[in-house]
Design a protein around this ligand. Structure first.
Ligand code: PLP
Length: 323
């Protein structure tokens, strides 16, 4: 059944007392319904946010203090470290580390990404879980079908639900899940106090997207495997980064000019940012991330199109490099 969409901002008290829902900044029915589904997927209790970045902000505001050091995976989503940088005036420090090994000893929060976007390294979950600090895993690319970080010793799992969970490029949302009820309560208070609550429409749309998550992701991962395999032997491709899971393949051509040529030559694949939707997308990440990302790196998000059509489009775009 489809949950009816209740857009109310406020609900009448019951016998003079607030009922289950009273003011939508705290909770609303569409949000609670999708949080149940998200919690089941991640094996914890979930909270919804208006964006992945909003979920990141809630973690920091709840779990960090002035003087803390966040150790974040190198090559992870650049917006996350940019957000941490913004918090320097509040006494927050961050350092980058190679997530294929142990986090630095002095970290008070460990931030890993499975796999890192766009470098596609995978974290050493055992080493992260062995660290005394709480561990947050951004599992946007793996999705809960690829990895369940709470079962691998992480304290919090984060998703940009804008990507695979929503899956159709028509919403911006984020989610957190944890098995620690006290932490969930504290995150919920942060959300309510800072107004980091998504709209009922966003929650409803996300819930609809989740219904097809499994079939979408299975197809995207199967196609990504095949595309990565074919790119490996393409003469114009110098490096293929594919961790063996997920629907993203990052591959390198010789330089920035070649990357621009490829991304502007695709016809079926969209030349646009973001990932995880029904439509394949490709872009040079250097344009956003500068020197932390190789100039020739192209991030391909595999969609639901015919795998042969995706490959044919990539082949003709790569062939443009010879012209
Ligand atoms: N985490 C990852 C891995 C991402 O790729 C993104 C966005 O691209 C975010 C977090 C931030 O999510 P949002 O754009 O929904 O705020």
């Amino acid at each position: 059944m489809t949950t009816p969409l209740d857009r109310a901002a406020t609900w009448p008290y019951e016998n003079g007392e607030p009922g289950r829902f009273s003011y939508a900044r705290a909770d609303h029915p569409a949000g609670v319904a999708v949080e149940e589904a998200l919690g089941e997927l991640d094996g914890g209790k979930a909270l919804l946010f208006p964006s992945g970045a909003g979920a990141t902000a809630a973690v920091v505001l709840t779990m960090c203090r002035s003087g803390d050091t966040i150790a974040i995976a190198e090559g992870a989503y650049y917006g996350t470290s940019e957000l941490f940088k913004q918090l320097a005036p509040w006494g927050l420090r961050y350092v980058e580390f190679d997530q294929t090994g142990p986090p630095p000893a002095d970290a008070t929060l460990v931030w890993i990404e499975a796999p890192a976007n766009p470098m596609l390294t995978m974290p050493d979950f055992e080493a992260a879980a062995a660290h005394p600090a709480p561990v947050v895993c951004d599992s946007t690319i793996a999705t809960p079908l690829g990895i369940r970080p709470l079962e691998l010793g992480c304290d919090v799992v984060l998703h940009s639900a804008t990507k695979y969970l929503g899956g159709h490029d028509d919403l911006i949302a984020g989610s957190l899940a944890t098995r620690d009820d006290d932490l969930r309560e504290r995150l919920w208070h942060t959300r309510r106090l800072f107004g980091l609550t998504p709209s009922a429409d966003t929650a409803w749309l996300l819930h609809r997207g989740l219904k097809t998550l499994e079939v979408r992701v299975m197809r995207q991962v199967a196609t990504a495997h095949e595309i990565a395999r074919r790119l490996e032997s393409h003469p114009a491709v110098t490096i293929v980064r594919y961790p063996g899971l997920g629907g993203i393949v990052s591959f390198d051509v010789t330089d920035g000019a070649a990357a621009l040529k490829v991304e502007t030559s695709v016809q079926l694949i969209e030349n646009a940012t973001s990932l995880g939707s029904t439509r394949s997308k490709i872009e040079s990440r250097h344009r956003w991330e500068g020197d932390r990302c190789p100039k020739g790196l192209l991030r391909l998000s595999v969609g639901l199109e015919d795998p042969e059509a995706i490959w044919a489009d990539l082949e003709q775009a790569l062939a443009s490099l010879k012209a």
